[in-house]
Design a protein around this ligand. Structure first.
Ligand code: AMP
Ligand code: MN
Ligand code: MN
Length: 332
């Protein structure tokens, strides 16, 4: 890490101005999203990347895994800024980490946090311990793109249709279709639409376009779901399992929609989907109405937000569910 960035900024406003000053003179910028990137992480990195590239900086955007971004997010890379992780310099001049709740979310690019000459964190996870030289870390922001939007305003960067589309994709998905968005985020959305976002073109590929066979397989997954009304302190817990065979057969666009179906269960405050990512390994997605699932996820080694969190756990599904129930029983 470098001395040029000074000590980590303690408040969001000063971090935003410190980051804007760094980016104003940066000649070479590496922007990284978290592993298994979503629209908020990729949209943040690409929006900022597009602005910097247009200003003449050498820009690359990357993430450690998987090898390719979700199909539905590929159109966000209008300028072709995405590169494979092995094309990321061993010692980046300026590293910008977007929507990364913890250093480990950088995956195999984790070492760049120490080798980078200077690093900027832009994130909104309450569970984030804080890392990097300049830290734009604001858990009150509904999405990381909200913070990128603020940074772009500080930089005096105009927002065109390409940048607006990247920002909108992150905003609409992280707020679950604006359910968790406050007035400022709705104003931001209006500004993005005025800049030229085609809402249906952004959203349909992300969560509204599945192969016919998925209807049958989704039906099987939901049919096997279990409800434990006594769990989560008596507020109810519904869970479902997506086995490896379906993980291989379908895209993330199908699989990640399961939890959105499950969370509509009236009798359950908490919904969890166990996605099989190894013989005995499960990537767990949790959603809640009132229970703090972020604290439960952090207790198990994961992270996230109070109403949407995740963790990766090893064991049989029954073991994993027992650990989730135990962690949830301790949350208010
Ligand atoms: P997901 O269920 O994958 O949509 O994730 C919900 C939220 O939890 C997102 O904000 C993720 O960034 C976060 N999250 C998911 N898995 C993990 C993990 N293993 N460690 C930290 N945060 C996670
Ligand atoms: Mn994310
Ligand atoms: Mn996010």
């Amino acid at each position: 890490m470098t001395a040029t960035a000074g000590p980590p900024s303690t408040d969001v406003a000063s971090a935003v101005s410190a980051a804007a000053a760094l980016l104003a003179t940066a000649r070479d910028v590496t922007l990284v999203a978290h592993v298994q990137p979503d629209a908020d992480s990729l949209g943040s990195a690409l929006a900022l990347g597009v602005v910097l590239a247009r200003r003449g900086a050498r820009v690359r955007v990357s993430f450690a895994a998987p090898a390719h971004p979700p199909e539905s997010l590929r159109p966000l890379d209008a300028l072709g800024l995405l590169v494979a992780p092995d094309a990321v310099p061993a010692e980046p001049e300026l590293l910008v980490m977007c929507d990364t709740a913890a250093p480990e979310r950088l995956g195999s690019l984790l070492d760049r946090l120490t080798t980078a000459r200077c690093s900027v964190l832009i994130d909104h996870h309450a569970s984030n311990p804080g890392f990097g030289d300049v830290r734009i870390l604001d858990p009150s922001a509904e999405a990381t793109v909200v913070l990128v939007h603020r940074l772009l305003a500080e930089m005096g960067a105009p927002i065109d249709g390409v940048v607006a589309t990247c920002l909108y994709a992150g905003l609409v998905t992280d707020t679950v279709g604006f359910r968790t968005a406050g007035p400022a985020a709705h104003r931001m959305a209006a500004e993005l639409l005025e800049a030229g976002v085609d809402v249906e073109a952004v959203l349909r590929p992300i969560n509204g376009d599945h192969p016919f066979t998925w209807l049958d397989d989704l039906g099987g997954v939901l049919q096997a779901a279990t409800l434990d009304a006594a769990a989560a302190g008596g507020r109810g817990f519904v869970s479902a399992v997506v086995p490896a065979a379906l993980m291989q057969r379908y895209r993330v666009e199908e699989v990640d929609g399961v939890v959105d179906q499950l969370r509509t269960t009236s009798e359950a405050d908490v919904a969890a989907v166990l996605k099989q990512v190894g013989p005995r390994r499960w990537s767990v997605s949790m959603r809640s109405r009132t229970v703090d699932v972020a604290t439960a996820a952090v207790a198990l080694g994961g992270g996230g937000h109070p109403r949407a969190a995740g963790v990766t756990l090893d064991g049989d599904p029954d073991d994993v569910l027992a650990r989730l129930r135990a962690a949830l029983s301790r949350q208010g």
